[in-house]
Design a protein around this ligand. Structure first.
Ligand code: 5GP
Length: 345
């Protein structure tokens, strides 16, 4: 047994220190980035990704976020016909096709590729540390030489490097920070997310790869911190749940004789809810590592996206970063004991 004694940090442990700058207004800053991937594909946009969860990784979300230049990783449970139709109809340069490790996921990808171009692939498993997963990444790379491949999830530099060397362009970082994740509770395994981003970004950038910070953002300031820590992309589940564009069931209540939307069910992809839905229950050898919650109904996602983009822009003016790419260079984190005044809840 070994103990690492250097302290690892979460979003809640730090704040970003303001810096002198010549920037006058938040309208002067550019929240878009251009990436050139090893596969030769270029992409420009606001590097935020809706998580490939049932509720948030919807086709409706993909269309809505695209209007902000942001991306969506579609969940992997769409029927093949629907995917063919969607990829054939829409501009999908902001859309990831998601797959897990099953043969049927791969067959689905092959079937859709016969009808439409798929140039972004999200390949993810709860635990990206197995040899089998590294092997799978390299097979998917061989089969899709021209696609951008995002793979994960991992939380350390060594595994980030291994997945990039196996052919991934973007490494998805995060084990246990998610809003509906119970991995840390069930297994005791995890890594504080801010430190995970810093360490994985360092490893990825050394190999000309990128990282996507996945999970744990609860407010726009957390997204700002993720970019500051070196995240090239940030993936959101919970912050995008509860909107009209989601695939969750909206719950209604009678209020003064009127039927009003009040909430939506949101659940982890390894929760009992998801396993019941797709695998007919939780297999005997495993426990669920996700929970099911009710989130408030929040209307169209446009408002939330404006809050997020506004928060990121404002952070950039505080630290004097004209472009999103400059943010990590201009970020100094200060460690804090407390960061919010909660007197009014
Ligand atoms: P959030 O933005 O809600 O904090 O985190 C979203 C991320 O949580 C997802 O992208 C995914 O990586 C992770 N996640 C989703 N469902 C589950 C689950 O059931 N269990 C665990 N451990 N993680 C989950």
């Amino acid at each position: 047994m070994r103990i690492e004694t250097d302290f690892k940090l979460d979003f809640k442990d730090v704040l970003i220190r303001p810096k002198r700058s010549t920037l006058g207004s938040r309208s002067e800053v550019d929240i878009n980035r251009t990436f050139r991937f090893r596969s030769g594909i270029d992409w420009t946009g606001f590097p935020l990704v809706a998580a490939n969860m049932d509720v948030t990784g919807s086709m409706g979300m993909a269309v809505a976020l695209s209007s902000f230049g942001a991306m969506t990783a579609l969940h992997k449970h769409y029927p093949v016909e629907k995917l063919i139709e969607f990829f054939g109809r829409e501009d999908t340069s902001n859309v990831f096709f998601s797959l897990g490790t099953t043969e049927s996921d791969r067959e689905k990808l092959a079937a859709v590729k016969q009808h439409a171009r798929i140039d972004k692939i999200c390949l993810d498993v709860a635990n990206g540390y197995t040899e089998k997963f590294v092997q799978l990444v390299s097979e998917i790379r061989d089969e899709n030489p021209e696609a951008v491949i995002m793979a994960g999830n991992v939380v350390t530099g060594d595994m980030t490097e291994a997945l990039i060397l196996a052919g991934a362009d973007i490494i998805k970082v995060g084990i246990g920070p998610g809003s509906v994740c119970t991995t840390r509770k069930m297994t005791g395994v995890g890594y504080p997310q801010l430190s995970a981003i810093i360490e994985c970004a360092d490893a990825a950038h050394g190999l000309k790869g990128y990282v996507c910070a996945d999970g744990g953002c609860t407010v726009p300031g957390d997204i700002a911190k993720a970019y500051g820590a070196g995240a090239d992309f940030v993936m959101l589940g919970g912050m995008l749940a509860g909107h009209d564009e989601c695939e969750g069931e909206i719950e209604y209540e009678e209020r003064d004789g009127e039927r009003v939307a009040v909430g939506m069910t949101f659940y982890g992809m390894s929760s009992d809810t998801a396993m019941q839905r797709y695998s007919g229950g939780v297999a005997g050898y495993r426990a669920s590592e996700g929970k099911t919650v009710r989130v408030p109904y929040r209307g169209p996602v446009t408002h939330t996206m404006q809050e997020i983009t506004g928060g990121v822009r404002s952070m950039m003016t505080y630290i004097g970063a004209m472009r999103l790419k400059e943010v990590p260079k201009r970020t100094s984190f200060v460690m804090v004991g407390a960061q919010l005044n909660n007197i009014f809840g």
